[in-house]
Each structure stands twice: as C-alpha cells, then as structure tokens.
Design a protein around this ligand. Structure first.
Ligand code: PLP
Length: 389
C-alpha cells in the first residue's frame, strides 16, 4: 500500500521513526521529511496504467505515508482541474498559460490535501486530539478531517481572521481560540496551551505529513501534462509547503523513472506587506529573517516566518527560479480580471500568481513559448468581503 520507509531530517539528515507521532527532528528540531523505498515503488507501480486509480490525491497512495487503506480519510481532495486559460492567456498575450484550480478542493483550498494526509496519519499513529495554528484555510481543513476521523480539533487563529473561517470551523465541530496577533502568535498559543501535551500539533513542517499531501500537486501536474513538467510554476508562498512538496515530488518521480531530469523554474510570490522569502532570495541569504508588522489581505501569505524557509530558498535557487512581491490592490484587480475572463472566482493568493506572471513576462523572464502554471490555491468565496466593501 504505502512504500514509506523512514523519516529523514531535512537539515542534519538523521533518521526518525515514521510510525511515531513526531513534530520535528528530535536532534536539531528542523523539519522531518518522509522517505520511501522508491525502487520498490517503481517496480510495483505502472504510472501509465491509471484507469482504476481514485479520482483524488489518493491515486498516488503508494507515495503517501498512510499505511492502511482503512485509515485514509477522504472528502474527495485533489485531482483538481488544470485549466488552459484561453481568454486570460489571450488577454495577457500568452498561449501556454494554465491554472491549477485548488479552489475545487473540500473546504475550498489546497489545505485539504495536506490535512487529509496529516489527519489520516495522526489517526493511524494513535492521536486522540489535534491542534493547529492557522490563518483560516488550514483550520477549516483540519476541522473537516478531524470531524470525519472522530478526533477532537483545537484551532488557533488570529483574531482578525475573516468571520467565515470561524463559522466554518465551528460548524465542523472544532474548539476555537482567537489570538491577538499573527499566525506565528497563534502558533505560540497552540504550543503553550495548558493541554498542549495531549494534542498532536499539526503546524506545517513541524509535522512531517502535510507536505506529503501537498506534494501530490506535483504528481498531478506531471500526469495531467502526460508525464512531462511545465517550464514555470508560480506559487503564492506562506509556509511554502506546496512549493517544497512539489520539488520533492519531482525528485521522487525522476527516481522512479516517471519523468526525466528537466525541472520547472519555481517562482515564489509573496505580498509586499509580508515578503520574508523574497527579501532573503534577493539578499542571497540561506534562510529568512522574520518579517515585522506583516500585513496583507491574502491571509495564506501572511506568514512572517516559515519553518521551512531554507528549503523554499533551496528549491527556488536549484530550479533557476525567482521570488517577487506583489501588492494587495493588484491582487484584487487581477481576481476581477480572472473572474471576467475565465469564470473563476480566485482567492487573492491565486490572483497574486497572475500578477507575478504579468510582471515576469513583461520583463522577459518568461519567454513567449514557456508553458506556465499558476496556482489558484483557494476559492475567492471565503474572501468575498474584500470585493464587496
Ligand atoms: C495556506 C495558503 C497559501 C500558502 O501555502 P503554503 O504552502 O503554506 O505556502 C496560499 N494560498 C492559500 C489560499 C492558502 O490557504
């Protein structure tokens, strides 16, 4: 079923037990990454025979860390459409422009992938309650899968989080704590809560399996393009879980002989009001300084400090990619343009990737025949107030 072999520290490379409930490397506290017996997986799986595979991210279950089929929690996450943007592409003067529409996921964002896997793993490894710090979408997704699993969910969100997330988590049965401050303060509150010890914390990259769910975007894109990869991927970056995850997925697929060694250039987009990764990239730094007074309407990108900062920067640089910041106003205007051309109500984070695309194309960084994929990481519906004011 799963070819998971062990956990490996992304920094000191020490091994750890993949069947224990672990938050980070017991030795250096850096993020743990799941490793698989890829030779055995490659011998067992024919990636070209996909007819009987589930129409969800679980079609790649051999490369996911859930051991038993019975522990798999599914609300139909993943296997989202890869839309060829005919009208928007025409408007922006680019033929080969695609949007991976993650707004089609359960609870309306790609957080469903990461938490679908993380909650399944936590259940399988014996957790009875879960906690999470979140800017909104991750809390909704965790609440949904915890409810399906029969696990108690404790969510910690900044107190200025849009009402919709509070209502959604409440309907999904979670216990909600609103915290004065940002997601990093919510993280501290979750960790310092008196009952923290009884709850497994699924904060991203402090828990090893959310990234495994998000990496399935990389597998899907390869499959949707006939086991080739595009030239450029543009990703709205908060914790960077999806970017690191896809980069890992490409490596796994190459080792299994599913794709060749060509890689997309990875572009990280952040908001002008919170751009720690962009700043570190521009300064040539190996890791990012925490961003002060982070502010942007794109809640998923309001992450002042990411546990996997050095992994994001490595992936951008190894891929010959780049990082850039866009302002909130252009995100909202671009969402309207996407809505009017493609019939898609994109989140500000998703729209940010199109703004970045436009800029990189005008600078000549994106060539006319490059195949480009933008990630609409969530639905605009959760943010509707931004356009109605
Ligand atoms: C969480 C989130 C992001 C950022 O994702 P990371 O993988 O943590 O960088 C982007 N967009 C939306 C809508 C999100 O919810």
């Amino acid at each position: 079923m799963s070819y998971l072999s062990h956990l490996e520290c992304s920094h000191c490379h020490e091994s750890a037990d993949p069947d224990a409930l672990l938050n980070s490397c017991p030795i250096c506290l850096k993020p743990l990454l799941a490793r698989y017996d890829l030779a055995a997986a490659s011998a067992a799986v024919n990636h070209l025979e996909t007819a009987d595979r589930p129409h969800s991210m679980w079609r790649f279950h051999e490369l996911l860390p859930v051991r038993k089929k019975s522990s798999r929690l599914s609300l139909g996450e993943g296997w989202t459409p890869l839309l060829h943007t005919k009208n928007l592409g025409e408007k922006l003067g680019h033929e080969s422009l695609y949007i991976k529409d993650e707004g089609a996921n359960p609870t309306g964002s790609f957080k469903a992938r990461g938490l679908g896997v993380a909650v399944s793993c936590a259940l399988e490894r014996g957790a009875s309650a879960l906690s999470i710090p979140s800017a909104g979408n991750a809390a909704s997704a965790m609440s949904a899968y915890a409810s399906l699993a029969g696990l108690k969910a404790f969510v910690f969100m900044p107190k200025d989080v849009p009402d919709v997330f509070v209502t959604e988590c409440s309907v999904l049965g979670a216990d909600i704590t609103l915290v004065d401050g940002l997601i990093t303060d919510a993280g501290r509150a979750a960790a310092e809560h008196p009952d923290a010890g009884n709850r497994f914390n699924v904060s991203t990259l402090k828990e090893p399996y959310r990234i495994e769910g998000k990496k399935t975007m990389g597998y899907e894109i390869a499959e949707q393009f006939g086991w080739t990869l595009p030239d450029v991927l543009i990703y709205p970056t908060g914790g960077g879980t999806g970017l690191i995850g896809m980069w890992k997925a490409f490596d796994e697929m190459e080792k299994m002989g599913w794709i060749d060694s060509r890689r997309p250039r990875m572009v990280s987009v952040q908001a002008v009001g919170c751009a720690p990764i962009v700043k570190a990239f521009e300064e040539g730094a190996a890791s990012a300084e925490p961003w002060q007074n982070a502010s942007t309407v794109a809640a998923g990108m309001r992450v002042p400090s990411a546990a996997g900062d050095f992994l994001i920067l490595d992936a951008i640089r190894e891929s010959n990619g780049t990082a850039l910041a866009v302002d909130d106003e252009s995100m909202l205007a671009m969402a309207t343009q996407i809505g009017r051309t493609e019939g898609l109500f994109a989140s500000p984070e998703g729209a940010a990737t199109a703004v970045a695309f436009e800029r990189l194309k005008s600078q000549g960084w994106i060539a006319p025949d490059d195949k480009v994929v933008l990630f609409n990481t969530g639905t605009g519906l959760k943010y509707f107030q931004l356009w109605s004011d």
